[in-house]
Structures are given as structure tokens and as C-alpha cells.
Write a new protein. Structure first.
Length: 364
């Protein structure tokens, strides 16, 4: 119930942010149009579509409408970017239409079969929107800069919270380590210092102006020194290289993702991040740290296979079998083989010997 309340707050806060963002958009338009006199007449239609998108989204989120209003609002926000094509506007187009697609998947019945797959990447569209907004702020004149920057923060936060509410209406899943109920264990929160909740990680990436990224690089470099067969890397050296050597951070992302793949494989967690992170680090650099932290959380929380209870059906061999993925028949077969090798696996002969002793009680 508490998670549902928190998720409901996400919707309310996101709606309020979009309502405020619409007001800021009108103020920004007024500053350009009447204060500076540099707003082209043809952009008035674009402004109307922008304001309409903010209004639709604010209405849908404040009233908690999980219907066609949400995808329509984000689709309008993307259409507004078609009036003036640039690199940042293309990113904003993709990000907003990505949000529209996310909404179609989760709040309509058109693509329900995609929900489980799309849920894993719910954070990608708002991250693309945030990246594009940050890149676009550099082209704003200093006079309306404050208004534009405030609108940027409002839009990014609203989009992020809206994405969370769309994908997880009941609240984000708790990242915890849970043991099997059969063992009687309770659920415990992860204690590793490298663990970071995904929501917290994304917010820090978006709103610390790059500071958190370099702190994260330092921490992850040290943590991934635990990979067997890989040389140790000095976190300080890697941090300095990422700071001052152009494009080195792309190489760091690729090599670190390789190490995470190995660490995940050691815990039987499927992972194939390296190539994906290399491509994304070149074109959408904010995404790889999110994917890598998500994998780190999986490694820390550990999808540990449940151990067989002591004295169970297969004894100590069951633990090995669980670890290596053998089924029950393989366990039994390997147990019999192990017993024969030790010379204690001949039940028929043992029974025969016992019968002979009972037949001739006088013999010793």
C-alpha cells in the first residue's frame, strides 16, 4: 500500500511539474517574442503545440488517467520539435516519442506483450530527453537563461517521474536479496557500498552536472578489480584519464562493461553489456552508466541459487548440483557414481551378505 501511495505521488508531482513547465514555456515565449523581438512568426504554431503538450500531460498525470491522453501528450511534445530540426531537436523528438511508445505499451491494450521487455528500459526515453535539454540550453541567450534553465529542470524531472509512474504504477520494485521461504530466511537489504538505487543514480547523473559520473567511475573502477584474470586498475589514474583525455571515457565504459559481464557470469547472471555500452557511449553517453549500475545492483543483490537443506535428499552433492544447474536425475546418477567409486554403492550385495548371516546364525 505504501508503494502505491508513493507511485501516486510521482504522478501528482509530475503533473504539477508539467503544469509549471507550460507556464514557463509561455513566459519564455513572451521574453523572446515581446522582450527581445527575435521570435519568428512561424514559431507561433510550434509554441501552441508545446503548450498543448504540457497541458495534456499535466491533465493526464494530475487526474491519474492511464489512457490515451499520456501518449498523445508526449507525441505532441515530439511533433513540436519537427518545426526546427537540429541534433538536439532530433534527440528530443526521439525521447518524447519514446515516452509516447512507453505509454502506449503500459496504459493501453495495444501492445501488452511487450510490457516485460520494455519495462527493463523505462528510463531510456527520459534520459534522452534530459540529455537533449542539457545540450540545448547552451544556445539560449543570457537574458532568458534562468527561465529556460528552470523549464529544463522541470521538464526533465516531470518526464522522469512520469516514466516511473507509467512503467511501475504500483511503485518501483525493491532491490533486495531474498532467500527461499523453504530455508526460513528473511529478506535483507544489500549492504555493498557499490549498490545504488536506480532512481537515485539517474537523478544524480542528471542534476549534478557530471560530478556524480566521475565519483561513480572512481568507485566502479575499484570494485571491478575483483574480477579474476584481470589486472588491477588504479581508480585515481582512471579518473584522471576520463577527465582529461578526450574520448577515454568511452574506452573505460567498454572495458568496465566487459568486467561486469565476467562478474555477472560468475554468479550465473546473464549479461552482455560490453558492445551495447560501447555503441551507446558514443551516441547517447548517459545511458551506459545506467545500464551498468543496474547490472551492478544485480551482482550485489545476487540471484543466488537456493542451497539444499542439510541432510536433504541429495546431501552435499545437491549443493554442487544447484550451483552447476544439474537436474534431479543428474544428481542421483552422479551420487550413485560417486558411491561406486568409494566402494560403498552395492546395495544388492550388502543385502545378500546380510541374508547369509541370518540363514547361518552359528557362523561368524
Amino acid at each position: 500500500m505504501q508503494e502505491t501511495k508513493n507511485s501516486s505521488r510521482y504522478s501528482t508531482v509530475a503533473g504539477a511539474l508539467f503544469a509549471f513547465g507550460g507556464v514557463l514555456q509561455i513566459v519564455q515565449w513572451g521574453v523572446f517574442r515581446f522582450g527581445l523581438g527575435i521570435w519568428p512568426a512561424g514559431y507561433n504554431v510550434q509554441m501552441l503545440i508545446w503548450v498543448a503538450s504540457y497541458a495534456v500531460l499535466a491533465f493526464a498525470l494530475l487526474t491519474k488517467r492511464r489512457d490515451i491522453f499520456l501518449p498523445v501528450g508526449f507525441a505532441l511534445a515530439g511533433i513540436a520539435r519537427l518545426f526546427h530540426m537540429s541534433f538536439t531537436n532530433v534527440l528530443l523528438l526521439l525521447g518524447n516519442w519514446g515516452m509516447a511508445f512507453l505509454a502506449v505499451v503500459f496504459v493501453t491494450d495495444y501492445l501488452p506483450q511487450l510490457r516485460e521487455q520494455v519495462k527493463k528500459f523505462w528510463f531510456v526515453p527520459p534520459a534522452v530527453v534530459a540529455l537533449a535539454e542539457v545540450l540545448s540550453i547552451g544556445g539560449v541567450l543570457f537574458v532568458p537563461f534562468l527561465v529556460a534553465f528552470l523549464r529544463l529542470l522541470v521538464t526533465c524531472a516531470g518526464t522522469f517521474l512520469a516514466a516511473m509512474w507509467v512503467a511501475y504504477p504500483e511503485g518501483l520494485p525493491q532491490q533486495t536479496v531474498s532467500a527461499s521461504a523453504e530455508t526460513g530466511s528473511t529478506t535483507a537489504a544489500p549492504t555493498s557500498e557499490i549498490y545504488c538505487g536506480l532512481v537515485k543514480h539517474i537523478l544524480l547523473l542528471l542534476f549534478t552536472c557530471g560530478i556524480w559520473l566521475y565519483i561513480w567511475i572512481y568507485r566502479v573502477t575499484g570494485y571491478t578489480n575483483n574480477v579474476q584474470g584481470e589486472e588491477n586498475r588504479d581508480p585515481t589514474n582512471k579518473l584522471l584519464l576520463c577527465l582529461f583525455v578526450p574520448f577515454y571515457v568511452i574506452y573505460w565504459m567498454y572495458k568496465t562493461a566487459q568486467r561486469l559481464d565476467k562478474m555477472a557470469a560468475a554468479k550465473s547472471i546473464p549479461s552482455d553489456l560490453s558492445t551495447l555500452c560501447l555503441i551507446l557511449a558514443i551516441f547517447v553517453p548517459i545511458i551506459p552508466p545506467i545500464l551498468m549500475q543496474d547490472k551492478l545492483n544485480d551482482i550485489v543483490t545476487g540471484r543466488v541459487a537456493p542451497a539444499a537443506p542439510a541432510g536433504g535428499q541429495h546431501g552435499g552433492l545437491g549443493l554442487v548440483a544447484v550451483a552447476h544447474g544439474f537436474d534431479e536425475h543428474e544428481v542421483c546418477a552422479r551420487r550413485r557414481t560417486d558411491q561406486r567409486k568409494r566402494g560403498c554403492g552395492r546395495p544388492a550385495e550388502a543385502q545378500g551378505a546380510a541374508g547369509r548371516r541370518h540363514s547361518h546364525p552359528g557362523r561368524i
